[in-house]
Write a protein that binds this ligand. Structure first.
Ligand SMILES: Cc1ncc(C[n+]2csc(CCOP(=O)(O)OP(=O)(O)O)c2C)c(N)n1
Ligand code: SF4
Length: 341
């Protein structure tokens, strides 16, 4: 792809870029921004349709570094889900993209995260997971592995929260894990998330090169290169392109997403089926070998009802509705008051 190539809506990749990153050179978060730019460009998503939402942290700063033409809101620490809920309910036409950190999500924002996934709010929720609070200089977060070491030698005594297992258990309908350095897998997972219509949680291991990329860290580049264990070979087939599946018959599983596009999954394990919630949880509870990081698409349910379905909202953005549609007429109010007398 050259910078001049146009996508199906006539935009170039430059139209999807953002401001110059102020994050540390080599930070995994920058690589994730790159993949988001590519995915949105390749899928031909209108930048103006996207609402980028985040909390506080290095990760939460990263929406400033992609898709400048989109809407954006940088919320309080851990409070992005509330803002995302308001934005999605007010305007169902928006494509909501939340970007958060492991501290933002699994520590201070855990209550908000839990309710977002429980409601299956239509939002892509990317956790840029480095196991530490990068912005405040590297304290352990709640996703740090037990026994992981800080540069100072401090050892984490506590077990980690597995955000993927939590998200599946609570109702998220598209859940996967990837590594910021795994371009192909992350791109496929992101494109699948864009095509999905419920909560898509992507826990992306994203090394903090400044505070958590040393021997003893279990979220460093070196550790992830040695310990990543992909669950399947992922490819994404957009609905507007001809099918070009290269997998041998009998080895691939095709999942049709709500917008009609499909995810093709080449199973490493004969019977792994990402549509089975119980099996997904069992698989996450028993990683391949001690210390290995399982990546891939763990669970997808394209038909799961979302909060928007439950509320039976109109399709039109609420802000565009005329006053007579949102304000009950005086007779209706009088009737309610009479009933309460
Ligand atoms: C209420 C509140 N408490 C604490 C802070 C300080 N603070 C800012 S960012 C941050 C941690 C961010 O860590 P994480 O979400 O893992 O993102 P990273 O910087 O690692 O990408 C903390 C504790 C704050 N801004 N607000
Ligand atoms: S401190 Fe860590 S998380 Fe923050 S920008 Fe630097 S490398 Fe990235």
């Amino acid at each position: 792809m050259s910078a001049q190539d146009q996508n199906r809506i006539g935009l170039t990749v430059l139209d999807y870029r953002g401001g110059k990153s102020t994050l540390c050179a080599g930070c995994g978060h920058n690589a994730i921004s790159e993949r988001i730019v590519e995915a949105m460009y390749e899928l031909g998503i209108e930048p103006e349709r996207v609402a980028k939402l985040s909390g506080i942290g290095c990760s939460s700063k990263s929406p400033a570094y992609f898709m400048s033409r989109s809407h954006a809101f940088n919320a309080l620490h851990g409070r992005m889900p509330s803002v995302a809920t308001g934005a999605v309910l007010a305007n169902r036409r928006l494509l909501a993209l939340g970007v958060s950190g492991d501290g933002d999500t699994a520590s201070i924002g855990i209550g908000q995260f839990v309710h977002l996934v429980r409601r299956n709010l239509p939002v892509i929720y990317v956790v840029e997971d480095n196991g530490v609070y990068g912005l405040t200089k590297g304290q352990f977060s709640a996703t740090a592995d037990a026994g992981a070491k800080l540069r100072t030698g401090a050892v984490n005594p506590l077990p980690p929260i597995d955000l993927c297992a939590l998200a599946i258990q609570l109702g998220a309908s598209y859940v996967g894990r990837s590594f910021s350095g795994d371009k192909r897998q992350l791109a496929a997972l992101l494109k699948g998330a864009v095509a999905h219509r419920g909560t898509a949680v992507l826990d992306v291991i994203s090394p903090c090169v400044t505070f958590n990329d040393h021997a003893g860290s279990t979220k460093s580049y070196a550790w992830m290169k040695d310990h990543e264990q992909p669950l399947q070979e992922l490819g994404f087939v957009p609905a507007y392109e001809d099918i070009a599946v290269e997998y041998a018959p009998g080895t691939a599983l095709e999942v049709t997403l709500h917008d009609g596009s499909r995810l093709t999954l080449q199973k490493l394990e004969e019977e792994y089926d990402p549509r089975d919630r119980v099996r997904a949880l069992a698989r996450l509870a028993a990683p391949p070998r001690a210390g290995e990081v399982l990546t891939g698409l763990f669970f997808v349910d394209p038909a799961a009802p979302t909060l928007v379905d439950a509320l039976e909202l109109v399709d039109a953005p609420l802000a565009t509705l005329p006053e007579e549609a949102v304000r009950p007429p005086p007779e209706a109010l009088r009737k309610i008051v009479d009933e309460l007398r």
